[in-house]
Design a binder for this molecule. Structure first.
Ligand code: UDP
Length: 316
């Protein structure tokens, strides 16, 4: 299939490109390179450098495509609190341009990279797709607003849409060109930060006084290869005039202290850490109920936390 991958030069997008290419798909990437890296892309991919807000560029990138995997967007919670307008513009307005141009060209399939940030502070755990969505930051608000645009496009332009609500994505992928991995700047995510911690620059543990078993936050980590597998299945599941939402996590929670232990094991030495205050906006526990994806997408993650840590370590 001919597929446009928006944000294909980013962490998750570049893994999708690699796996789509290896599965025989014909891939075009649209990326403005604001945070992505062109050298993450295989040389055979068609690359259009441009913004989602530039309708001519979007139209050019979409030419000949039958489906879109939509990863492009701003994705830092903290930054979204400081610059909510930027997040609304790039994420929501950008997606509107994409949907308009898809409509013009008659392209009716889209898989969207949504987030567990749409839920906000969960009322119960594990959390299922039917839970109330009350995002606690502009990033989560924009992801929810995009889901609503997709639901509307399903009704008005017969769009077949799936939104995948990611929990904590981690891990890396070995390719014939070397490892693909997280290359964020600044890096805010726990596993890459833990792996690069030193005694001079220890890992900060954001709160040891949470209402959890060991006092540190609990999250649901999913390997990026399993996550992209969910996208491939979502592509098959797309149904005209319908928008479906799925949680994509592992269904299991790990505390920050458990992640630290896993990193120490993989590195063969005790990880230097320092206790720090709670990070604003962090819920204590965020774990996915993945029954819906298991049942309807026939998807099940097969890689555990240790593999995510090991692969990220090998890639570093
Ligand atoms: N965390 C931490 N130190 C760090 C980065 C993250 O203690 O340097 C904690 C964070 O408070 C959260 C968990 O690790 O409880 C996962 O954070 P991450 O930023 O990786 O993902 P998020 O859950 O925010 O999407």
């Amino acid at each position: 299939m001919k597929i446009l991958v928006t944000g294909g030069a980013g962490y998750i997008g570049s893994h999708a490109v690699e796996i789509l290419k290896n599965s025989g798909h014909d891939v075009t990437v649209l990326d403005d390179c604001s945070t992505g890296h062109v050298d993450s892309l295989p040389p055979t991919v068609r690359f259009v450098q441009g913004s989602l807000l530039d309708s001519d560029m979007v139209s050019r990138a979409l030419k000949g495509c039958e489906a879109v995997m939509h990863f492009a967007g701003k994705s830092l919670v903290g930054e979204s609190v400081e610059k909510p307008d930027l997040y609304r513009k790039v994420n929501v307005d950008g997606t509107k341009v994409l949907l308009e141009q898809m409509n013009v060209l008659g392209i009716k399939k889209i898989v969207f990279s949504s987030s567990a940030a749409t839920y906000g502070e969960p009322e119960s755990s594990p959390i299922s797709e039917t839970a109330q969505c009350a995002p606690t930051n502009p990033y989560g608000e924009t992801k929810l607003a995009i889901e609503r645009e997709l639901a509307s496009a399903a009704l008005t332009q017969q769009m077949a849409a799936v939104s995948l609500r990611y929990f904590n994505v981690a891990g890396a992928l070995q390719t014939d060109r070397g490892w693909l991995a997280e290359r964020h700047d600044p890096e805010t995510h726990l596993i890459p930060n833990a792996l690069r911690a030193t005694s001079d620059s220890p890992l900060r543990i954001f709160g040891r006084d949470w209402d959890t078993e060991d006092g540190t936050c609990v999250r649901d980590y999913v390997h990026i290869i399993d996550l992209i597998d969910a996208h491939m299945r979502a592509l098959q599941y797309l149904t005209p005039s319908e928008h479906h939402v799925f949680n994509i996590g592992s269904g299991t929670g790990y505390s920050v202290a458990q992640v630290v232990a896993s990193v120490s094991r993989v590195k063969g030495s005790t990880l230097p850490t320092v206790d720090a205050p709670r990070r604003a906006g962090d819920p204590a526990v965020l774990v996915a109920n993945i029954d819906k994806a298991e049942m309807l997408l026939n998807w099940r993650p097969v890689r555990n936390l240790n593999q995510m840590v090991e692969d990220t370590f090998k890639a570093s």
